[in-house]
Design a protein around this ligand. Structure first.
Ligand code: SF4
Ligand code: SF4
Length: 475
């Protein structure tokens, strides 16, 4: 008898529909012991896991053009990414990158369902690694269940302690790696060995390590079921032509055990032998034979498990397979449909714009600030305006620039500064005071547009122009 039933019995009340629902909502979690599976999709998943984790743990140790290959140097406000240096001024690129990522998710979800969840989501990737470590230490599914049911003993304590120690060490390394995207990995490792980490580095290392341990070691499928917002809105991107992992009910039912000597059709049975292996391998613990469920992360473990069973039974594979709702109902599947074309087209446009911005990006910025104290001053027959040029070298090497000025409709202008050409170190912002003079007779208006041009002496293609106003007396 449940606690709720005991309370109701004591109170003499009958369960209402609401209290039944409430009980279901707060049902205690049943621990899931996913069985190990082999097959085509398991190989793909393991390949994805090794590749993605290899990238995550390896990138901070690779040097590219004198900097860590990917380093987000927040105090200096510089992001080093594969030889390019990005600044807060490049925020537009980040915005484009996020739009491309979101559109890719929409496009691939509409096309192939939750492949992101099944193969590339960090929760899936880290859970896969934690499951692997658990299997090595505790044994296969049966041994894990047996160990959990076993009474307390030194052996149980030893195995569990070993597992959690390995998980914690791996999580701590994950936390270290995460922080090394913000503080150079080699410097961080040296400071860690000297126990000389800053407070924020310590906090984030512990926080990220703890999150990895908690999410991949303890919470696992609960992150997908209760915390991940993507599972909630993915159905909005699905239609009857989206690829999903499905059980072929027409072929599989009626399910049940059979006598091998007689054809199962003659026994009135479908292809499903009800071995429940598809349920045992499922990391979210669902039965795909109950139909498409939001808990399914499209990991395809049940496909591999069932194909193995079909192979042993001598039946064709694909009782559980990637297919579409239309295909299951015997209708034609349309891959190129309006939704896919629209998502694909918008994605291509944004990828094109992002690539164009990267390809044409000039690692040089110029800001022109007018002297606010005086509109202009008269120097002999000339009118003089004073400006400060802010030159920012966003490249990862020093440059020598030449400063020029042109006036719209002003025949001749003089630029007066004692710093032309000028050397600017990598990442340096230089304030350069300049005076611009024009003969009064060339000024047709009280206010004219002028252009400051900064160009690299070694590479004249590296050039930026900034407009300013030149003020004079009423002509
Ligand atoms: S693995 Fe295949 S045969 Fe076994 S229960 Fe699942 S669907 Fe049926
Ligand atoms: S039902 Fe199959 S594809 Fe879906 S999560 Fe479970 S094992 Fe993975």
């Amino acid at each position: 008898m449940t606690e709720a039933e005991r309370i109701r019995q004591a109170a003499g009340t009958r369960p209402t529909r609401d209290t039944e629902v409430e009980e279901a909502l707060y049902a205690k979690r049943q621990k899931i012991y996913p069985r190990e599976v082999h097959g085509l999709f398991a190989t793909l998943r393991v390949t994805a896991v090794i590749t993605l984790l290899g990238i995550f743990y390896g990138l901070p140790w690779i040097t590219w053009n004198g900097h860590q290959s990917v380093l987000l140097d927040l105090p200096a406000r510089k992001f080093y990414i594969f030889g390019l240096t990005f600044w807060p001024q490049d925020f537009l690129l980040l915005a484009f990158l996020l739009i491309v990522a979101a559109l890719s998710l929409f496009f691939f979800t509409a096309l192939a369902g939750r492949i992101w969840c099944g193969y590339a989501c960090p929760q899936t990737v880290w859970t896969e690694i934690f499951l692997w470590m658990e299997r090595i230490i505790e044994g296969d599914r049966q041994k894990q269940i047996k160990l959990d049911k076993a009474p307390r003993s030194f052996r149980k304590f030893r195995i569990k302690t070993t597992k959690h120690t390995v998980w914690i060490v791996f999580s701590a390394f994950t936390g270290f790696t995460f922080v090394s995207y913000f503080t150079p990995a080699r410097e961080l490792a040296a400071r860690l060995t000297e126990l000389n980490l800053g407070p924020w580095e310590t906090f984030w290392m512990i926080f990220y390590g703890f999150a990895t341990y908690g999410n991949a070691g303890w919470m696992r499928e609960q992150v997908c079921l209760y915390m991940c917002p993507y599972a909630r809105f993915q159905s909005a991107m699905f239609d009857d032509d989206t690829l999903v992992v499905s059980y072929d009910e027409k072929r599989g039912e009626p399910r049940g055990p059979r006598r091998p000597s007689i054809d199962h059709r003659d026994q009135g049975l479908g292809d499903c032998i009800n071995c429940t292996l598809c349920v045992q391998v499922c990391p979210t613990g669902i039965d795909i034979r109950d139909g498409l469920q939001y808990q399914c992360i499209s990991c395809s473990a049940c496909i591999d498990a069932c194909n193995d069973v079909m192979d042993k039974m001598g039946y064709p594979p694909g009782l559980i397979r990637y297919t579409t709702e239309n295909a299951l109902q015997g209708k034609r599947t349309k891959i190129l449909r309006p939704r896919i074309l629209v998502y694909g087209l918008i994605l291509l446009v944004f990828i094109g714009m992002f690539s164009y911005l990267i390809a044409t990006r000039i690692p040089l910025q110029l800001d022109v600030i007018r002297d606010r104290n005086q509109l202009y001053r008269e120097v002999g027959e000339s009118i003089e305006n004073v400006y400060t040029l802010k030159i920012l070298n966003m490249d990862n090497r020093p440059h020598e620039y030449r400063i020029l000025v042109n006036g719209e409709g002003i025949e001749h202008m003089d630029l007066i500064t004692d710093r032309n050409p000028i050397s600017v170190a990598s990442g340096e912002v230089l304030d350069v005071p300049v005076q611009v003079r024009a003969n009064e007779e060339y000024l047709e208006h009280r206010s004219s547009h002028i252009h400051f041009i900064i160009s690299d002496i070694a590479n004249p293609d590296l050039e930026v122009t900034e407009m300013a106003r030149f003020l004079g007396p009423q002509p």
